[in-house]
Ligand binder design. Structure first.
Ligand SMILES: Nc1ncnc2c1ncn2[C@@H]1O[C@H](COP(=O)(O)OP(=O)(O)OP(=O)(O)O)[C@@H](O)[C@H]1O
Length: 254
């Protein structure tokens, strides 16, 4: 049986204004599993993903990652834990004026001293490794171009390369294709799935597109009103389940 990389127990998040964004979330993720989280706007997908590496602070519960409760970690410990979690954002979050390869090198910052990191003192091996990762996402020829000279889809592939270059155990991708056209979305999802499979990474991706979720996921988690509404195979996510997942509360008994 593959080991569980991540276990989320009774996770709750209440925002300061009283919004209950997550209500008693429980699930485990196995090594190498590619999980897609879907659900209507405002369901809590982003909050869930961002809670896992504490970009958003959960109110209570447990997040056990590689045997440690992330919610109990102090600042230093959290920094170490975050090395093992690659994050991919909708807006790519690259340093636009820097060359592509430098952006990929930023994946190593969590392993460097602050001084070396601040001065960008990467050694030859780091650069070689970054170039290899760029090759894995088909961007070896763009390595020395400024990041903002690349298309949106290419920039997201740089962000994937940066995350992979962290040597993570877990990848979290929050709406990675929300700002891309359908063709670029497909290419980005293909590369994301490929590199995560190659490295045996557990991956959790938030998506709005149910068809893409079904195409790429090993497992789909449907979130509605801060709760897990569906957790199972793409095949089990029938049209009926999808309709119920996306149906508004007031229409439930209509
Ligand atoms: N900083 C915040 N303060 C208060 N409420 C918030 C905050 N961020 C999110 N929320 C609320 O928490 C709930 C969950 O939001 P979240 O962004 O996690 O949903 P989502 O499923 O990712 O939505 P979308 O698909 O539109 O991005 C929503 O009701 C949202 O309005």
């Amino acid at each position: 049986m593959p080991e569980n990389i991540l276990e989320i127990k009774n996770l709750n998040k209440v925002y300061p204004d009283g919004t209950k964004a997550l209500k008693n979330i429980n699930f485990k993720a196995k090594k190498g599993e590619f999980i897609v989280v879907i659900g209507p706007s405002g369901a809590g997908k982003s909050t869930l993903l961002r809670s896992i590496n504490r970009l958003s602070e959960p109110t209570d519960g447990e997040i056990i990652f590689l045997g440690e409760n992330i919610l109990k970690a102090n600042k230093g410990k959290l920094r170490k834990i975050r090395r093992h979690i690659g994050m991919i954002f909708q807006g790519f979050n690259l340093v636009k004026r820097l060359p592509t390869v430098r952006n990929v090198l930023h994946g190593r910052l969590g392993y460097m001293s602050s001084i070396k990191g601040a001065f960008g003192m990467f050694d030859k091996n780091d650069v070689q490794k970054a170039l290899e990762v760029l090759e894995r996402v088909g961007l070896e020829e763009q390595a020395f171009k400024r990041a903002d000279e690349l298309s949106g889809g290419q920039q997201q592939r740089v962000a994937i390369a940066r995350a992979i270059n962290q040597s993570p155990s877990l990848i979290l991708a929050d709406e990675p294709i929300a700002s891309l056209d359908p063709n670029s979305s497909q290419i980005v999802m293909d590369y994301l799935r490929k590199v995560c499979d190659e490295d045996g990474l557990t991956t959790i991706v938030n998506l709005h597109q149910v068809d893409i979720a079904k195409e790429y996921a090993d497992r789909i988690i449907g979130v509605k009103d801060g709760e897990i509404f569906y957790d199972g195979s793409p095949r089990g996510l029938t049209d009926e389940v999808i309709q119920k997942l996306y149906r508004k509360k007031e229409a439930l008994h209509a």
